[in-house]
Design a protein around this ligand. Structure first.
Ligand SMILES: C[S@@+](CC[C@H](N)C(=O)[O-])C[C@H]1O[C@@H](n2cnc3c(N)ncnc32)[C@H](O)[C@@H]1O
Length: 247
């Protein structure tokens, strides 16, 4: 991503609309504070592809557990997770600049973007999470969090849904057997889709979704919007089984 707010660099995945999982990367022109966050703070937290091959070394301390959050939005869950799990490390992925700035802006005070202390157990991946998965070592993730992924309800956009058979192999490869995959969705089409995709895959346990968020899952902005609009989120806690990765 360009720190100056210019167009994103050419991106092979995004050249094929069917493979793009998200819409706009930037909602409006960047303000000065956002520019400083992207220019000075983001590089201090960024997980590089080189780090990704040995991610545990990227953190301030050796983590007791390594988790991955895909599409952190404004970062409420990421901050809550770190506060609740001081010995765990989190790689948090987001492609939307406003989301990145929302999280970064809550981590450092204004004027301290280049120098203010930052969480030692958080690293950010500011590209498509699907690019990260094949770089990670096998069986390195104790948990994965996917909260309110973009629903892509139209049939012609099915391949853009993150919970898709194409993505399950790379995810299964990077997860420990017994590791937990947390998924939430408020969209009825996506809810039925998640249930159907998981039911057919031996690499993940089939779980009945819950109607209420488990108390140890930090809430997010998107969930609050869904509840305020009268929608009914569902929450899955899925386990990686011992079944071989296959692909
Ligand atoms: C509907 S929002 C939900 C945000 C947040 N999880 C919440 O619950 O408030 C989905 C987010 O996922 C991000 N996203 C979608 N596909 C992604 C991908 N492949 N890699 C990283 N982020 C992605 C989008 O930019 C968007 O911010």
């Amino acid at each position: 991503m360009s720190a100056s707010g210019g167009a994103a660099p050419p991106d092979r995945l995004h050249d094929r609309p069917d493979e793009r999982l998200y819409g706009r990367r930037s909602g409006h022109r960047l303000r000065a504070r956002q520019r400083r966050l992207l220019e000075f703070t983001l590089p201090r937290l960024r997980l590089t592809p080189a780090h990704a091959t040995a991610p545990e070394a990227a953190f301030a301390r050796h983590p007791a557990a390594l988790w991955l959050e895909i599409g952190f939005g404004a970062g409420e869950h990421a901050r809550g997770f770190l506060a609740g799990h001081p010995d765990a490390a989190l790689i948090a992925c987001e492609v939307f600049r406003n989301g990145l700035c929302s999280l970064l802006g809550r981590l450092v005070a204004e004027g301290e973007e280049a120098t203010g202390p930052l969480p030692g157990m958080l690293r950010l991946w500011d590209e498509d999470a699907r690019r990260l998965l094949p770089l990670l070592p096998e069986r390195c993730l104790d948990g994965v969090v996917l909260l309110f992924p973009d629903p892509w309800p139209k049939a012609r956009h099915v391949r853009r849904r993150f919970v898709h058979p194409d993505n399950l192999g790379p995810l299964a490869r990077a997860m420990m057997p017994g590791g937990e995959w947390r998924i939430a969705s408020d969209d009825p089409v996506q809810q039925a889709w998640v249930a159907a995709v998981l039911r057919g895959d031996p690499r993940f346990s089939d779980s009945t979704p819950l109607a209420a968020r488990p108390p140890d899952w930090p809430p997010t902005r998107y969930e609050a919007k869904a509840l305020a609009a009268g929608r009914s989120p569902r929450y899955w806690s899925v386990r990686r089984t011992c079944a071989p990765v296959l692909d």
